[in-house]
Write a protein that binds this ligand. Structure first.
Ligand SMILES: Nc1ncnc2c1ncn2[C@@H]1O[C@H](COP(=O)(O)OP(=O)(O)OP(=O)(O)O)[C@@H](O)[C@H]1O
Length: 354
């Protein structure tokens, strides 16, 4: 399944002009407030008629279809359930055309909402409401799911409660998802592809692992949030609380890893938590020292520079000062060592999603 989107639209002072493709899985639309994310999903859903559009799904023209024929499931920041209906009635309303009624038990089980069926939305927590909203969207038998900041109204614990359901939904349904967010941790955990938007334009787009490790993405993600996402396999849980994970460039030891031995996980390594050393460091408290090669150096607008690194085939990103680049004589192609603190990675998103 490939969704291809080309849109132009003008609202007063805002000018949107984007083109991107979204493959299977989760495609994150990421950008600051006002970048144009909601305008794009509204145009895909058919809630907004853009000035110019060419949207296709698997080659079929989509933007010319009336809203009800697009078969798009839309999950908003606020669940927008019918308040006078029970959860069961809200779900039945979505499946009233029967297309997905046979999948109802599986979807209820997947989202863990079986015990809520007789309740009314006013009695549900924010996380429970969002799970019901996801169920309702799935029961409408969508060809495409649009999620506009579905977790933004939830506090940390409620977000943590719902993220595993999104992992399952992604793994089990196969319905492609366009996922709007300005939370990098959510995107790093869930997305397969990423479209970075800035001022109504696509600034970067591609596989999540590539975009997150792109030095040009640093100003768009924010210097504190920028950092590569890597795949790792859990090798061992030590009795002292430190776990060993295998990366392409070698083993690393991290704290607070919940996933079982053998699991594939994603690690988000913030660029500001990666130190560089010209020689292999000895006598450091940090144990995670990886041999790396500099792929690219990008000077920032301020005193910082983003350094793209190759770590055994994985991409890693480091942020150092421009002064350090000068002092260390860093150049593209140079081999050196990256040092990652065990505690900093553990505080970044670690998920069970491969
Ligand atoms: N109906 C409208 N009329 C006029 N301007 C609009 C309208 N809807 C959106 N805009 C403007 O278009 C721009 C993009 O808005 P949009 O909601 O798509 O951004 P966003 O990236 O989703 O932002 P946020 O993260 O704050 O939701 C903003 O400048 C907004 O003020």
């Amino acid at each position: 399944m490939t969704l291809s989107v080309a849109l132009r639209h003008r609202f007063g002072g805002f000018d949107l002009d984007v083109a991107f493709e979204a493959g299977p899985g989760v495609t994150a639309l990421f950008g600051r407030s006002g970048a144009g994310k909601t305008t794009i999903v509204n145009a895909v859903a058919g809630l907004l008629r853009p000035d110019h559009a060419q949207i296709t799904l698997d080659g079929d023209r989509f933007d010319t279809l009336p809203v009800h024929r697009r078969r798009v499931g839309y999950v908003f920041q606020d669940a927008r359930l019918f308040p006078h209906m029970t959860v069961a009635d809200n779900l039945d309303y979505a499946s009233r055309y029967g297309a997905r009624a046979r999948d109802r038990p599986r979807i209820i089980e997947m989202l863990g909402i079986g015990a809520l069926l007789d309740r009314r939305p006013a009695t549900l927590s924010g996380g429970e409401k969002q799970r019901v909203a996801l169920g309702r969207a799935l029961l409408s038998n969508p060809r495409l799911l649009l999620m506009d900041e579905p977790l933004a109204a939830l506090d940390g614990p409620r977000k943590a409660e719902i993220l595993p359901y999104l992992d399952r939904l992604k793994a089990e349904t196969g319905v492609p998802i366009l996922y709007v967010s300005h939370a990098v941790d959510e995107v790093a955990r869930l997305a397969d592809h990423m479209v970075l938007l800035s001022g109504g334009r696509v600034a970067r787009a591609g596989p999540l692992f590539d975009v997150m490790a792109d030095p040009a993405a640093v100003p768009l993600l924010g210097v504190r949030e920028a950092g590569a996402v890597l795949r790792a396999r859990v090798v061992d849980h030590g009795e002292d609380g430190l776990s060993t994970l295998q990366l392409a460039a070698g083993p690393v030891q991290l704290l607070g890893v919940q996933a079982p031995v053998g699991a594939e996980v994603r690690l988000r390594v913030l660029a500001q938590d990666v130190l560089l050393s010209l020689t292999e460091p000895q006598g450091l408290s940090a144990q995670n020292i990886l041999p790396v090669t500099i792929r690219a150096i990008r000077a920032g607008d301020g005193p910082g520079a983003a350094i793209a690194l190759d770590a055994g085939g994985d991409a890693l990103l480091a942020r150092v000062t421009g002064r350090a680049v000068q002092r260390m004589g860093l150049v593209e192609g140079q081999s050196l060592f990256a040092v990652i603190k065990a505690t900093s990675v553990a505080q970044s998103a670690i998920s069970a999603a491969p």
